[in-house]
Design a protein around this ligand. Structure first.
Ligand SMILES: Cc1cc2nc3c(=O)[nH]c(=O)nc-3n(C[C@H](O)[C@H](O)[C@H](O)COP(=O)(O)OP(=O)(O)OC[C@H]3O[C@@H](n4cnc5c(N)ncnc54)[C@H](O)[C@@H]3O)c2cc1C
Length: 405
C-alpha cells in the first residue's frame, strides 16, 4: 500500500506508487519481475537516513526491514540479512562474541543501506563500512539471485560492495568481524589552531580520532576512541593556555564499553549535512578555506558545527575513498535553518581540492562531474548495465547521477 515517504531530516518527501516489505527472497524476486514487466522503477530503501534523492521513486519503494538478523557466524566472519539495522546487528554479534571493527557516528541505518553509500567512521587504520563486506547476495534487475564473493562472480565484488542500490536488492552480506572488545571514549576542547597543529599526532596516537569545529566560538572538540585493555593514550590534550582558561581541564572520559555501544552516538536533533571526502594531503588548505569562508560569509546563518574525520584508502569502484587516504569534512546545519547557499559555497571549496561527495548526503553533482572523480566509473556502469539491463532501479534522479557522462 502506498504512503508518503519522509527521510530522517525531512528534506526528502515523495509518494511512491507502492510500498512493499517482502518477507523472503522469493517475494523480492516477484517484486522485481513485476516492476520489470510493468516498466516501473523500484527503489530499495533502508532506514531513510540519506538526504540525497537515492530512494525517491514514483514506482515501488521496497524495504527489507522484515529480512534482518544474523544468519551465520564464524570466528572472523558473519553473514547477515540486508535489512538488519546496525544497532540490532551490534547486539546480535556481541551475543556471539563478535564485533564490527568500526562504525559511523550513529547506528540507526540498515547494513545494506549504510554500505550502499560508503558510510564511514573515523580512524587512519579503518576503511568505510563497505570495506568490511566480503560477500554479497543480491536480487538483480532481471530477478536473478546472484552471489558475489572472492570465488563466485569475483569480478563484480568491487561494484556490489558499494552499489547505491542500483545493481540489485541486497538480501544478504558477509562481513569481516572481530572478537568483541571494549573501547574507551574521551573528548575535550581545544583552540582550533592547537588541534590543527597537533592533528597528525592525534590521528596517529589514537585508534579513532575526529574533531568538531564550532564556527561560533572558533573552538574544537576532539574525540578519541582507544581499546580499554591498552594503556591510556598520550596525555597530549591541551596547552597551558587552554587549561588556564578554565574552560577545560582534561579529557572527559565519556564511556567505556563494547564497540557497538561506544562508537555510535544518539542524535536527537535533526540536521542537514554535506560531506566531502578529500585526498588527505589536500585537507589543510581546504579546511583553511572552509574556515575562512564560514567566518567571513556564513557565521550569521551557520547554526552548528563542522566535523573532520579520516578514512583509509580502498579499492571499491564507487567508494569515495577509492585509491587514496582520505580526510572528510562535513558541514552540519540544523533543519530549522536554510542550508542551500551555505552548502553550495562549501561544495565549491571541496571541489577545488579534489573532493568526492558522500553519496547519501546533500550535493549537487551529476554524472559529468562525478565520472572524472572515480577512476573505475566506467567499470561500475558496465556492471550496472549487466545486472540491470532494463533500468528497473534507474529513476530520473539516478539517471542524472550515473548516466550521460
Ligand atoms: C543522523 C545521521 C548520522 C549519520 N552518520 C553518518 C556517519 O557517521 N558516517 C557516514 O558516512 N554517513 C553517515 N550518515 C549517512 C548515512 O549513513 C547514509 O546516508 C546511509 O546510506 C543511510 O542508510 P539507510 O539504511 O538509512 O539507507 P537509505 O538512506 O534508506 O538508503 C541509502 C541507499 O541504500 C540503498 N539500499 C538500502 N537498502 C538496500 C538493499 N537492501 N539493497 C540494495 N540497496 C539498498 C538505497 O537504495 C540507497 O541508495 C548519517 C546520516 C544521518 C541522518
Amino acid at each position: 500500500m502506498s504512503r508518503p515517504f519522509v527521510n530522517w531530516s525531512g528534506s526528502l518527501t515523495f509518494t511512491p506508487s507502492d510500498y512493499a516489505e517482502p518477507g523472503d527472497e522469493d517475494e523480492v524476486r516477484e517484486l522485481v519481475l513485476r516492476a520489470r514487466e510493468a516498466g516501473t522503477t523500484l527503489r530499495p530503501v533502508g532506514s531513510g537516513h540519506s538526504s540525497s534523492p537515492l530512494v525517491r521513486t514514483d514506482g515501488v519503494l521496497v524495504s527489507l526491514a522484515r529480512m534482518s538478523g544474523v544468519v551465520d557466524k564464524a570466528r572472523e566472519r558473519a553473514t547477515v540479512r540486508g535489512g538488519s539495522r546496525l544497532k540490532e546487528l551490534g547486539e546480535g554479534l556481541y551475543d556471539a562474541g563478535l564485533a564490527m571493527d568500526n562504525l559511523g557516528d550513529v547506528d540507526y541505518q540498515s547494513i545494506a543501506g549504510a554500505t550502499a553509500t560508503g558510510t564511514h567512521g573515523t580512524g587512519l587504520g579503518f576503511g568505510n563500512l563497505s570495506t568490511q563486506v566480503t560477500e554479497v547476495r543480491l536480487v538483480t534487475g532481471t530477478g536473478d539471485v546472484v552471489d558475489v564473493s572472492p570465488t563466485r562472480n569475483p569480478d563484480l565484488l568491487p561494484a556490489v560492495r558499494l552499489s547505491l542500490g542500483v545493481l540489485g536488492l541486497v538480501t544478504q552480506l558477509t562481513l569481516d568481524v572481530q572478537s568483541r572488545y571494549e573501547l574507551r571514549r574521551r573528548a575535550w576542547c581545544a583552540p582550533v589552531e592547537w588541534t590543527l597543529d597537533h592533528l597528525a599526532e592525534l590521528q596517529h596516537t589514537n585508534r579513532n580520532m575526529d574533531f568538531y569545529w564550532y564556527p561560533r566560538s572558533d573552538l574544537t572538540q576532539i574525540r578519541t576512541l582507544n581499546r580499554a585493555d591498552e594503556p591510556p593514550e598520550s596525555r597530549m590534550w591541551a596547552n597551558r593556555r587552554v587549561l588556564e582558561s578554565g574552560l577545560w581541564n582534561e579529557p572527559r572520559e565519556l564511556r567505556t564499553g563494547p564497540t557497538h555501544r561506544t562508537i555510535p552516538q544518539n542524535r536527537e536533533l535533526r540536521f542537514e549535512e554535506i560531506e566531502y571526502m578529500l585526498p588527505s594531503e589536500a585537507f589543510p588548505a581546504c579546511f583553511a578555506e572552509v574556515r575562512r569562508r564560514i567566518l567571513s560569509r556564513h557565521r550569521r546563518t551557520v547554526g552548528w558545527r563542522v566535523l573532520v574525520r579520516t578514512v583509509a584508502a580502498d579499492d571499491i569502484w564507487l567508494s569515495n575513498a577509492y585509491g587514496r587516504p582520505t580526510t572528510t569534512v562535513s558541514c552540519l546545519q540544523n533543519t530549522s535553518l536554510p542550508y542551500e547557499e551555505y552548502f553550495r559555497d562549501m561544495e565549491a571549496v571541496f571541489r577545488q581540492h579534489g573532493g568526492r561527495p558522500h553519496w547519501g548526503k546533500k550535493h549537487w553533482l551529476t554524472a559529468g562531474e562525478l565520472r572524472p572523480l572515480f577512476p573505475r566509473w566506467d567499470d561500475f556502469q558496465a556492471a550496472r548495465r549487466r545486472l540491470d539491463p532494463d533500468g528497473v532501479f534507474l529513476t530520473p534522479d539516478l539517471a542524472r547521477l550515473l548516466e550521460g557522462a
